[in-house]
Design a protein around this ligand. Structure first.
Ligand code: SF4
Length: 139
């Protein structure tokens, strides 16, 4: 038994036309591009809906975090439909509730507050990502 860094899959909902859907997506981009590049990966949610083999392999072989834009929970429900237990489920609005000074605006593209909030949310998720990435694996 030894420790090695695993990929962590973070999946935002599709969230079209909703500011918190845009916030979910931007938070994932922050994680992938700035906070934990090379560790955090993602996939397109609709690929799970059509049972794409590569997308299914990704969520089967790695820990998964989902970020949803509203209580409908499309991202985490889609993952769990495939029998995968999500390691952490987030609702994007809770990032705002914890940082009320950063009320996000924008839909297609987040405004400055929204981009700042996504960066803060990604920083706060980093610890969980690290724990999941350092899980013990058989070698
Ligand atoms: S969780 Fe809400 S915002 Fe996200 S795709 Fe589903 S209905 Fe849209």
């Amino acid at each position: 038994m030894s420790r090695e860094t695993r990929k962590v899959v973070v999946i935002p909902c599709s969230g079209i036309g909703k500011v918190y859907g845009a916030l979910a997506r931007e938070t994932v981009y922050e994680l992938m591009e700035r906070v934990r590049p090379g560790v955090v990966v993602t996939t397109c949610l609709p690929l799970l809906m059509i049972d794409d083999p590569e997308a299914l392999q990704l969520i089967t072989g790695n820990p998964v975090i989902t970020i949803d834009g509203c209580p409908s929970g499309c991202a985490h429900k889609n993952v769990e439909t495939h029998g995968i237990k999500v390691a952490l489920t987030c609702q994007a609005i809770n990032f705002y509730k914890a940082h009320k000074e950063l009320k996000p605006g924008g839909i297609a593209e987040l405004d400055e507050n929204g981009r700042k909030l996504a960066a803060v949310a990604a920083d706060e998720l980093a610890h969980t990502v690290d724990e999941l990435a350092q899980g013990e694996v058989e070698k």
